[in-house]
Design a protein around this ligand. Sequence first.
Ligand SMILES: [Zn+2]
Length: 347
Amino acid sequence: MDLQAYLQEADAVERDGSAALESAADTAALEAARIAVLGDRQGRVKALQEALRSISKEDKPAAGKRFNEARTKLESLHESRKAALSRETSGKPREDLSLPGRKAWRGAKHPVTLVIEEIEGIFRELGFTIALGPDAETEWYNFGALNFPPNHPALDAHDTLYLEGGGLLRTHTSPVQVRTLQKFEPPIRVLIPGYAYRRDFFDASHAPAFMQIEGLCIDEGISFVDLKATLNVFAARFFGAAKTRFRPSFFPFTEPSAEMDVQCGICGGSGCAACKGTGWIEILGSGMVHPKVLEAAGVDSERYTGWAFGMGPARMAISRYGIPDIRILYDSDMRFLEQIAGSAGDR
Ligand SMILES: [Zn+2]
């Protein structure tokens, strides 16, 4: 081989070898490229070295110099590529397969949601369906249609959250009773869960926004007997209560009205801290729907009668789960919610 051909061959080995080494994407590809370029047995550098023997004596120094340049360059390229690939690998987090697995985080239902679903389940079996309505209401739906006199203290700005433009945040879920009566012909049996809003301070037993659940039953010939019978079935199912009692009360939208108490499940009626020594726990307000409410919703009060009740599922969750402060229900504290979720899952 003459010098000219040898130098051209050296250029080609250097060019091809550089490309092969630089394009190696991982350590395995780099090792394959190293064997092909710098390998002791079949590498192209080795072949170039052996070709030196065929160079004439006077050309050998020039050819040898070119060979050394090409080999040095390819060797250093290999080293730098190897170092770069090793840096890339060590930058990635390495799995430690000996670590224990991470426990999957499971969501769960809020205690108030659990109580509402349980109440809904009981009333569904008694033929009730669910009705919903808007949280922002007009004064007529919230008060007027429900027989609140215009000077009733509940209408006071100190008690109600009024909106700009004359609306308000409903102070109870009862406007949905009126909306349901306007929309459907009796017989009607609906359960109405939803938020209600009042200008209450946020303390151990009050919240400015709270869940309420109401029931409404309207048909021909419905009497107070139906109210008592249905609510007694509910109390027995939900509280396991053997005894209930009805106390006369007053609401603008029912006549007559009654508060229902269940016998305290903790002391069995002898009196304890949970029932404040009375032996009874107040759970809901109820009554026969006032004829004026039926008329306001366009229902013939001569033909139809019915009853309604309303209760606070947060209060019921508190007594069911022994929660000391209603604010815990709004805190989103996972340690508390996980306890309830766990105990609810066991039941
Ligand atoms: Zn008690």
